[in-house]
Design a protein around this ligand. Structure first.
Ligand SMILES: NC(=O)c1ccc[n+]([C@@H]2O[C@H](COP(=O)([O-])OP(=O)(O)OC[C@H]3O[C@@H](n4cnc5c(N)ncnc54)[C@H](O)[C@@H]3O)[C@@H](O)[C@H]2O)c1
Ligand SMILES: [Zn+2]
Length: 347
């Protein structure tokens, strides 16, 4: 088992390892000593998993919400807070989000607004959740207009990343989730040759430690936290187009293509040398991630979607490597952006 401490004002530990879900009762006793009631927020699909034998050490209710992304609605938030109130959950008590990023985002949001904020613990059960969503305190749900448009910052009192839960995760989600791990590997500029010796435990710990460090330095998305968006400008555009077409594209699958794209763009702009593109595709290939851009993504539609990203202010902004490190680069010329899209499609 590994522990990464998130060094914020409200310090908390992220525990990573096989079976760490069994630390839940201890975590609650230590971090919420006055808690008498725990409310587990989860979906029935998660409740039915063979590893799901959670004990909190105190009285417990289970609030069942729709599975995955379907739970991230204002209506489900209202349902959860109503159920917390009906159960008489007090400000000393604790909410426990159990599931992937969608469930922990929802549970964190509900916990942040119920009684103006009660403690939340995340038991994260997907790769994407463990290395990304459960760490850093961003919570939220979707609006009809767009994803994650309603939310808060609310740090958990602890996070448990149980690697045993990953045994039941579909292979596609396991691979897609690894895109964020690959991204962290690249942000750390670690060599491809070292990947062979890494385990799920060491990789998860590396990614969690990077996010924890970034979040501790920059809790609310200034320059440093923004570097975690490496690969995400094109990825978000692809996701938007795929959603409109009713296609099933995982976030991580889009991020993998976005990382490969950003590498090519950085080379085209003279920020890094040509072999950097090979480095990125080798890292992605190690995790079984495809990095080619399908012809079905129309260049005009991609550029338009990138200009409308909520973080871009209609500008074409990318996180890009350089010899000095990663930086957010605004106002990248549209002709370059298009040229590199065309070159990628040609491969
Ligand atoms: N808060 C943040 O900083 C942050 C960061 C990244 C992503 N996110 C959010 O995370 C969400 C995506 O999270 P996700 O990729 O974990 O998907 P998810 O939470 O939607 O879960 C996907 C599916 O996996 C199933 N599942 C979860 N754990 C399982 C397990 N151990 N075994 C079998 N099935 C399991 C779920 O039931 C669900 O059907 C998005 O809503 C995204 O916005 C938030
Ligand atoms: Zn991401």
């Amino acid at each position: 088992m590994n522990t990464v401490t998130v060094e914020l004002e409200t310090r908390y530990d992220v525990r990573i390892g096989v079976g760490v879900r069994r630390e839940l009762a201890t975590l609650i006793r230590e971090r919420a000593p006055r808690a008498k009631l725990a409310a587990i927020v989860t979906s029935s699909a998660i409740s039915e998993q063979p590893w799901n034998d959670l004990t909190t050490g105190i009285d417990t209710i289970v609030i069942t919400v729709p599975d995955g992304e379907l739970a991230k609605t204002p209506a489900t938030v209202a349902q959860v807070v109503e159920e917390l109130a009906a159960a008489g959950l007090s400000r000393h008590d604790v909410v426990v989000g159990v599931g992937g990023g969608a469930t922990t985002d929802l549970a964190g949001f509900a916990a942040s607004i119920y009684l103006r904020g009660v403690a939340v613990v995340h038991v994260s059960t997907t790769v994407a959740g463990q290395v990304d969503a459960a760490i850093g305190g961003k919570t939220g749900v979707n609006l009809a207009t767009g994803k994650n448009l309603m939310g808060t910052f609310h740090q958990p009192i602890g996070v448990l990343c149980d690697l045993e839960a990953l045994n039941t995760l579909p292979a596609r989600d396991l691979t897609a989730g690894a895109a964020e791990i690959a991204k962290c590997w690249m942000l750390e500029s670690r060599p491809v040759t070292e990947l062979a010796g890494e385990s799920q435990l060491s990789l998860t710990t590396m990614a969690v430690a990077l996010k924890a460090r970034v979040v501790a330095t920059d809790e609310r998305e200034g320059g440093l936290r923004a570097t975690l968006n490496y690969g995400h400008t094109l990825a978000h555009a692809m996701e938007k187009i795929a959603l409109a077409r009713g296609e099933d594209l995982r976030h991580g699958e889009a991020v993998a293509v976005g990382l490969a794209y950003a590498a090519r763009l950085a080379v085209r702009m003279g920020r890094v040398e040509a072999p950097y593109v090979d480095y990125v595709s080798e890292v992605l290939a190690h995790f079984g991630l495809a990095s080619s851009l399908s012809d079905s993504y129309d260049t005009d539609a991609l550029v338009a979607a990138m200009r409308h990203d909520k973080k871009s202010h209609h500008d074409l902004t990318f996180v890009l490597p350089s010899v000095e490190g990663f930086a957010t680069v605004p106002s990248v010329e549209e002709t370059l952006v298009r040229e590199v899209i065309a070159a990628m499609k040609g491969h």
